[in-house]
Design a protein around this ligand. Structure first.
Ligand SMILES: Nc1ncnc2c1ncn2[C@@H]1O[C@H](COP(=O)(O)OP(=O)(O)OP(=O)(O)O)[C@@H](O)[C@H]1O
Ligand SMILES: [Mg+2]
Length: 335
């Protein structure tokens, strides 16, 4: 069973797999059922760019296709469609935006809508070259196991490199030949096996913006920069004085709290984000963080007390920073 049997936005769900084999042949039998997510596909029009009917992936990796991703809200920027277009035209794109602006979320959404398996790597974590490219687990050629990047290159789907600017140089260097339009990779560890990039192997990288205000960010390596054709900028829904009613709606509905409280929370969030962007505090809250705060309020905790357990502690362990957050809450949301 492959994705061309699916409606866009419909999900294939494997319920059982069994293997029949003897000396001469081996057969994997997959029993699949479908789970509709037509509500989601109705909201986005990416079929002219990424059409699940035209892709074909082995059933082993179909479980990597995300499911039940919530909608991504924007103000007419049509980010989902623009990412899909970039993948269709150039096979890769870069997303730039501060932490919590929904970059990971939107990649899951594009993968689900396009029926594309998702391979995700956080480059800020100390993932080993073995995990990424592969390794021998015993003597002999048959004991080789592909790493994540190798699997993506061979089988296709979306490779998502989060915090791509934190990638170690030796890994970035090995990626470069793959990122050329008709790329390939060379497995030096495995007798220099050359693997050409699967026809439907797409790449998305993401990172925080590099600016003097953002502590700890560094520019992306120049060779990779040159290979990215499209750059999309992301920002918080509400920031500073700009309050997005859709974000207030989201907090109100998801946490089932009153409109007044939802608005206060978003205003505090918007102010904290401004402080984060100007380097005053180490973290700016995402809408998900604001919803967590609101959930405690829904459970009967007062707004300020609920903030202590969530937004205050989340922003930093530093007591001075926590005090700054409390002041902002008092100023914006009242005593
Ligand atoms: N525009 C949006 N519409 C819906 N949900 C959003 C939006 N922006 C952010 N979110 C929600 O905010 C939370 C954080 O988003 P996400 O993890 O995707 O951010 P990110 O940009 O990948 O952050 P980081 O740089 O830290 O990895 C998630 O729960 C996500 O669903
Ligand atoms: Mg992310």
């Amino acid at each position: 069973m492959n994705n061309r049997d699916l409606e866009p936005g419909h999900q294939m769900k494997e319920v059982s797999t069994s293997k029949v084999s003897n000396e001469n042949f081996s057969l994997n039998i997959h029993v699949s059922k479908f789970k509709k997510n037509s509500e989601l596909s109705k909201n986005y029009d990416i079929k002219k760019y990424l059409d699940p009917y035209k892709f074909s992936f082995s059933s082993d990796i179909s479980e990597l296709i995300p499911r039940n991703t919530p909608p991504y809200l924007d103000n007419g920027e049509r980010y989902v469609e623009r990412i899909a277009r970039s993948l269709a035209f150039f096979r890769q794109c870069a997303l730039i935006g501060p932490s919590g602006t929904g970059k990971t979320h939107i990649v899951y959404l594009v993968a689900e809508l396009g029926g594309l398996p998702l391979w995700e790597i956080n480059c800020g974590l100390q993932t080993s070259v073995f995990d990424l490219f592969g390794r021998y687990v015993g003597l002999g050629k048959e004991n080789w196991i592909d790493g994540l990047i190798t699997s993506w290159c061979r089988h296709g789907g979306i490779l998502y490199l989060d915090e791509a600017n934190m990638m170690k140089q030796d890994i970035a260097t090995r990626l470069n030949p793959i990122l050329d339009q008709r790329g390939h990779m060379v497995l030096t560890e495995k007798d220099n096996e050359v693997i050409s990039r699967h026809n439907d192997a797409f790449l998305i990288i993401s990172m925080n913006p590099v600016s003097s205000e953002f502590a700890g960010t560094k520019p992306i390596n120049a060779a990779m920069r040159r290979r990215m054709s499209v750059w999309l900028n992301f920002d918080y829904m509400s920031v500073g004085q700009k309050i997005d009613e859709k974000e207030v709606d989201l907090v109100e509905k998801k946490a089932e709290i009153g409109r007044d409280d939802a608005e206060k929370i978003v205003r505090v969030g918007a102010e904290l984000r401004t402080q984060y962007k100007s380097g005053e505090i180490p973290y700016g809250p995402s809408v998900g963080d604001l919803i967590n705060w609101a959930r405690l309020i829904h459970d009967g905790t007062a707004l300020r007390d609920a903030a202590e357990e969530t937004i205050v502690a989340l922003t930093s362990d530093d007591l001075d920073v926590q005090d700054m957050v409390r002041k902002i809450i008092r100023k914006v949301a009242g005593p």
